[in-house]
Ligand binder design. Sequence first.
Ligand code: 0O2
Length: 202
Amino acid sequence: MNWGAILAPYAQVVEELKVKLKGIRSQFEYDSRHSPIEFIVGRVKPIPSILEKAESKQIPLENIEKHIQDIAGVRVVCQFVDDIYTIVDMLRTRKDLKIIEEKDYIARKKESGYRSYHMIIEYPVETIAGIKIVLAEIQIRTLAMNFWATNEHSLNYKYKGSIPTEIEKRLQRAAEAAFKLDEEMSKIMHEVQEAQRIFHRK
Ligand code: 0O2
């Protein structure tokens, strides 16, 4: 398989989405309004991870582009839970992408304790062979959700998916603590936003 040629459009999609999302952030900042976006990261799924996922889901290699939806992945990290839904609403109105699936793991957390909002989109990308429609995943989460998910992801990697029960229990407690933190911060959101507006004006 010519992985370089297959993955090139995905790399372009990641870059284009990052530029567009950063554009949203800048526009809020120019307007001296609270930006719903704290930061954005993106990546193309590494080849070994693509192969691993294809194997675990029994996806034949010729179908990976159709069935592995997160080869191109962008993550939007927000301060507050409300910001997540602001981004979701904005993305729903956009004409440059088509949302084909939404997974609200905030309203319904995963068994692991994972919380995040996922959107699977179809995105048209210009290639030298014409327009190619590729799938991409946009994950939207708070700083607290991101902190938890990053740590859990590292532990999962370390323990190859079988985290010891004691650590798993702690992770569950940490997930609840992160949820509580988001809840508490939501209650003082307007205070924080006002303070940040004053700070930005200086
Ligand atoms: P990586 O290394 O981040 O790329 P589905 O077919 O919908 O049931 P799928 O395609 O795995 O399953 O979708 P899902 O469950 O929405 O998860 C996609 C991505 O979300 C994962 O990609 C992770 O990035 C993240 N994610 C989902 N569940 C968890 C979790 O319990 N903990 C953490 N830390 N992240 C999670 P990959 O390919 O698993 O991993």
